[in-house]
Design a binder for this molecule. Structure first.
Ligand code: G6P
Length: 479
């Protein structure tokens, strides 16, 4: 167990990799947290025996640092008010919609901002406490954007990296934020600020020049105190080999066959897996699918849609509204188009372990990923990793970061329902040769750029930006 002052690598993220939950017999236990962030950071954490500082969900106080599955975890507590104002409020009611192209309307409240400052300060103080002399601290995502600067003030010896897992908006949108300057200055406390795509890094540099007035040259920002900050793109990925191995395993193969049979052995299965979030375009995709049936292109004996919606941020109003809308839509589609024992859409509002996800990926013929805006979308990459027989089709939104790499998917504009219908139909009708050509190319991309390569390139760049300080961080890639 790492003691204060002893850690050479400290991860700061809003969430711990595990969530505090009540088990079936009523005792408290731990369960893996939702979302792509956690999956991505684990390998580098393990390779470096790092310490992870984050919130375990809930309001339980007095949780002590502990070890879980070989990782040192330091739980941060949050009060009911902080969950309301910091987490549901500023993080997910202001920043999340603002950074996702205003898919929903962001709200600006001063008490939400005050709470964001207070929580970021507490996380920064805890990181300062655990980091050893000259350690590396890697801060993650939109909930923690003030931590780099706060931490630098407390501990100028540290090497600090920041990575944003979600999109970073163009200046025209970002400037709506009343606290835009504070956020930019917060991020500039880092030595390296990483984004998913080059466009996001360019948005950030331009904003720093315009709003803070620092000199910039390409990806570099020159601060008056002599420090140089680098902004760059590091597209995140998945444990591709791990997913493939799982997908090839006998239990997963069996489970995949079982699911298919339970669906009534239709000719083709479409699949969507998302957190239940308004950025994901779930409504539009289900409508497009149902219209293909209504238009007579296929019927429910030919094709069904399995939609997994992982519960998320359920106290936030826009998420509740979305849930009701999807519930109604699924009910209507199944009422209109389903037959006895054969609904058009199998809708599951639940989260599943990795094995079940792999079985779903392995069983589905067409994976449908249609966000209006998405930092990367790891589900698209996981599907590709699981298709070791070079079959299966991916229909992917142009507005997901993953579309930059997965060029051989059927790329769609999720706002264009007719275009989406045409792509779904093409993917449905594609022959084995066409599927193989596309899938082989995407699989090559994924196997070369996996999550260990992502973490290693970020760490290498961070060490290059701040070469004279800091201890070396071991690569995440296992040799
Ligand atoms: C996205 C974000 C993560 C977040 C995850 C789950 O992947 O980038 O920072 O942890 O969603 O959302 P939640 O609000 O449950 O942490």
């Amino acid at each position: 167990m790492s003691a204060p002052g002893s850690s050479d690598l400290v991860i700061v993220a809003n969430r711990l990799p595990v969530d505090r939950v009540e088990t079936s017999n009523g005792t408290p236990g731990w369960r893996r947290s939702p979302g792509g962030l956690v999956t991505a950071i684990e390998p580098v954490m393990r390779a470096n025996e790092g310490t992870w500082i984050g919130w375990p969900g809930g309001t339980e106080q007095d949780l002590k640092p502990f070890e879980d599955d070989g990782m040192d975890l330091v739980p941060m507590t949050m009060t009911d008010r902080e969950i309301e104002n910091f987490y549901e409020g500023f993080a997910n009611g202001t920043l999340w919609p603002l950074y996702h192209d205003l898919v929903a309307k962001p709200e600006f409240h001063r008490e939400w901002w005050d709470s964001y400052v207070a929580v970021n300060k507490r996380f920064a103080e805890r990181a300062a406490e655990y980091a050893s002399e000259d350690a590396t601290v890697w801060v993650h995502d939109y909930q923690m954007q003030l931590v780099p600067q706060m931490l630098r003030e407390l501990r100028p010896d540290l090497r600090i990296g920041f990575y944003l897992h979600i999109p970073f908006p163009p200046a025209e949108l970002f400037q709506q934020l009343p606290w835009r300057r504070q956020i930019l200055e917060g991020l500039l406390g880092a030595d390296l600020v990483g984004f998913q795509l080059p466009g996001a890094a360019a948005n950030f540099v331009r904003l720093v020049r315009q709003r803070v007035g620092h000199k910039t040259h390409r990806e570099l920002i020159y601060l008056p105190d002599g420090r140089t900050v680098r902004a760059g793109a590091f597209p995140i990925s998945i444990d591709a080999a791990g997913f493939e191995e799982l997908s090839r395993s006998e239990p997963v193969a069996q489970r995949a066959a079982e699911i298919r049979e339970a669906l009534g052995s239709p000719r083709k299965v479409f699949l969507g897996i998302d957190r239940l979030d308004y950025t994901k375009g779930i409504y539009a995709r289900l409508r497009a699918f149902s219209e293909l049936i209504a238009d007579g292109h296929f019927d429910v004996e030919d094709a069904v849609f399995v939609q997994v919606a992982v519960p998320s941020r359920e106290q936030v109003e826009q998420y509740r509204i979305l849930r009701d809308e999807i519930d109604r839509l699924v009910g209507r589609i199944n009422g209109d188009l389903g037959r006895i024992g054969r609904p058009a859409i199998s809708y599951l509002h639940s989260s599943y372990p990795r094995e079940e996800m792999a079985a779903l990926y392995r069983m589905a013929d067409i994976m449908v990923v249609t966000p209006y805006r998405d930092g990367m979308n790891l589900v698209a990459k996981e599907y590709v990793a699981c298709r070791f027989e070079n079959d299966g089709a991916l229909v992917l939104s142009e507005f997901a970061g993953a579309a930059d790499e997965l060029r051989q998917a059927w790329l769609i504009n999720p706002y264009d329902i007719n275009g989406m219908k045409a792509a779904l139909l093409e993917a449905y009708q594609a022959d084995g040769r066409e599927l193989g050509r596309r899938m082989r190319a995407m699989r090559r991309t994924i196997s070369q750029h996996d999550v260990a390569a992502w973490a290693d390139s970020f760490m290498a760049e961070l060490a290059a930006v701040r070469p004279t300080h800091g201890k070396a961080v071991r690569p995440a890639r296992r040799s």
